[in-house]
Design a protein around this ligand. Structure first.
Ligand code: 6R9
Length: 653
């Protein structure tokens, strides 16, 4: 948002569809409406009770130390072991035979890992790390495909107090190298490769390139997954040589609640990536509690699947730490949704009788584009709750998800959070909240989020502005690794005493929250701040549109003009007058102020590897600039396809 502009975000989109929680779910929900009052009356007491869901070797003395803001300490003096909480305690409680992961490889190979298996494998891996000289506090970079050794490696680090830094397996050697350097990793854990889109996808050569000039790296531990040729260097050790011969018992010593657990670099679209630091007790408390509350997990009967990659925070918190702390049975899938066919995910849900499914709007919109007939071929009746994360979910995508995947019976929980927040912050509770398509609804119990104007004052119901968090929360980032000043500047300087995540939001007439995307993306059209999200949602509500990305491009008359890039739904034809049809549709839905200046029909949109639309690149195209950094794009050829379209797209006003 332009700094001199005092206006708040315009509130354009009206959405009146409502979905009350199913009565049986509401009656039996893990968390009911009273949790909000309980937390409001005694916030710290509420988080203490959430922490009591874990096993502590030593109880904390102080719940929150906020004497040196913005550096929070939670559960000060408490000691616990994260791996013990995620694995051993379930085995000790007699649940060793329960499946922790139904793992499905892309080629169709499968592994079933029980909690007892996990305990043995994590212990062996922990012993192996110790043999390699890894000590408490050392950093371990992990660059792996979605195979069971990935969570095993993370838990082995957590067990001995080493700090893992998982780097998404699709990143380049440069990206891996800079993360290794920033964290000064001593060990890298990787694999020969993984399967993607039907083929083995080598990882080891990328690691070799990154490690070649990484003097801190002493050893590279390599899992054999694909059997691809690997040129071994003198730092390399095969996982099967080292880990397999270790003892399968290892005593998990307790660590301090504030000992570092992991570093994860944000998917940030600009500048140097930020190493977000998470610690032990508060993090595990919040991810376990939110997984229990938001997904209503019943560990005895539910089968839970989060389709994210563990290389993103969603995978850390909701494939590994949250579900395991709660003793869940999860599905973990290695590959892409369209291999070997576009029904693969639904086939997996049918096969394992998945009851809770958590995915991203980008995936939902892709399935809309592929057509309703694909999920219709599978039995999805086991599902009872659907989740969304990563971007604002457009109301139309929400309704499609609810109807075509959820059989019109499953509540959809739209969960807002960030790498920095560690766990879910704003979300409906499936047994409490009335679902509103597109709204993340309320801060969870124990979280104090607000929407403020430029001056930091709360906006009234019906207003829009900046999302902030008022009080520290247990899973909050503790700092940016090695850069406390950047931590302060980035998150705590915009508004006095408040955390600013960088997102815009509005509060509707009922007081419920709607996330409106990054404030950097907000457009200023004829003096009005308009969110890209609302215009995109209006476009997606047209029956011919599957996906849309909207940017503001400099305009001599209006300041910025709205330029929209759209992907059509399966079956919809690109016609001469589609641009006019869509522009009129937006004007009717949101008002004439939001009418796009230009509309382009494109085959694909530029996305980060975690599926977020990169509007910055589209702005470059719309303003005929040289493209900025494209290294975090999934597929850089997409930008050429889009640029070719531009000259033909004229405004018809
Ligand atoms: C978990 C994750 C964080 C940014 C965040 C916001 C966007 C995530 C959202 C959402 C609207 C939601 N975001 N969830 N926007 N509604 N339910 O995605 O972490 O990769 O760090 O991204 O993603 O803009 O600030 P991360």
């Amino acid at each position: 948002m332009a700094p001199d502009n005092k206006e708040t975000l315009s509130n354009l989109l009206q959405e009146s569809r409502r979905f009350p929680p199913p009565p049986e779910l509401a009656a039996d929900a893990n968390v009911k409406a009273d949790a909000y009052d309980e937390a409001a009356a005694d916030r710290l007491g509420f988080w203490e009770r959430a922490a009591d869901r874990l096993s502590w070797a030593q109880r904390w003395e102080t719940t929150l130390d906020w004497s040196n803001p913005p550096f929070a300490k939670w559960f000060v003096g408490g000691k616990l072991n994260v791996a013990y909480n995620c694995v051993d305690r379930h085995v000790e409680a007699g649940r060793g035979d329960k499946v922790a992961y139904h793992w499905e490889g892309e080629p169709g190979d499968t592994r079933e890992i029980t909690y007892a298996d996990l305990q043995r494998e994590v212990s062996k891996a922990a012993n192996a790390l110790i043999e390699l000289g890894v000590e408490k506090g050392d950093r371990v970079a992990i660059y792996m495909p979605m195979i069971p050794e990935l969570p095993i490696a993370m838990l082995a680090c957590a067990r001995i107090g080493a700090v893992h830094s998982v780097v998404f397996g699709g990143f380049s050697a440069d990206a891996l190298r800079s993360r290794i350097h920033d964290g000064q990793a001593k060990l890298v854990i990787t694999a020969d490769g993984g399967y993607r889109r039907g083929n083995p996808n080598a990882l080891k050569p990328t690691v070799d390139e990154a490690v070649a000039d990484s003097p801190t790296v002493e050893k590279v531990l390599v899992v054999r997954r694909t059997g691809q040729d690997v040129a071994l260097t003198d730092k390399d050790v095969w996982w099967h040589d080292l880990v397999d011969r270790q003892s399968d018992t290892h005593e998990a010593r307790p660590h301090d609640a504030e000992d570092p657990l992991y570093i994860l670099y944000t998917s940030g679209t600009t500048a140097k990536p930020k190493g977000i630091l998470h610690t032990t007790g508060g993090y595990l408390t919040q991810v376990a509690y939110t997984h229990h509350a938001v997904f209503d997990l019943k560990p005895e009967t539910d089968v839970y699947w989060c389709s994210a990659d563990i290389g993103w925070v969603t995978g850390h918190s909701y494939i590994v730490y949250g579900p395991l702390a709660n003793g869940a049975t999860s599905v973990m899938y290695e590959g892409t949704p369209d291999t070997p066919h576009r029904g693969r995910w639904w086939e997996i849900i049918q096969k394992y009788k998945v009851s809770i499914f958590y995915t991203a709007p980008t995936a939902i919109r892709t399935f809309m584009k592929w057509g309703d007939d694909i999920p219709a071929k599978y039995d999805l009746s086991s599902l009872r709750i659907l989740g969304s994360v990563g971007e604002p979910i457009n109301p139309e995508a929400y309704v499609w998800y609810r109807e075509h995947i959820g059989g019109d019976r499953c509540p959809v929980v739209d969960t807002w959070w960030q790498t920095e927040t560690g766990g879910i912050m704003i979300s409906p509770l499936p047994g409490v909240s009335e679902g509103k398509p597109g709204a993340a609804m309320r801060p969870l119990p124990g979280i104090t989020a607000d929407v403020v104007d430029d001056q930091g004052h709360s906006v009234p119901n019906g207003g829009g502005g900046f999302l902030v968090v008022r009080d520290p929360w247990p899973a909050m980032l503790r700092t940016i690794w090695g850069d406390d000043q950047r931590f302060i500047d980035t998150y705590w300087s915009r508004f006095e005493g408040m955390y600013f995540p960088g997102d815009g939001a509005k509060r509707d007439e009922d007081g419920d929250l709607w996330l409106l995307g990054r404030v950097d993306d907000v457009m200023l059209v004829s003096g009005h701040n308009i969110s890209t999200t609302e215009v995109e949602s209006a476009l997606v509500s047209h029956p011919k549109v599957a996906e849309a990305a909207v940017v503001g491009a400099t305009d001599p008359v209006t300041g910025q003009g709205i330029v929209a890039f759209t992907i059509l739904r399966g079956g919809a034809e690109e016609s001469e007058d589609i641009a006019k049809e869509l522009r009129d549709h937006v004007a009717r839905t949101l008002g004439p102020i939001a009418k796009p200046r230009q509309i382009l029909v494109v085959p694909e949109l530029p996305k980060t590897r975690s599926g977020k639309i990169m509007r910055r690149l589209l702005r470059d195209v719309a303003e005929n600039r040289q493209l900025g950094d494209v290294t975090t794009l999934t597929d850089s050829s997409v930008m050429n396809l889009i640029a070719e379209k531009l000259p033909s797209a004229k405004s018809d006003d």
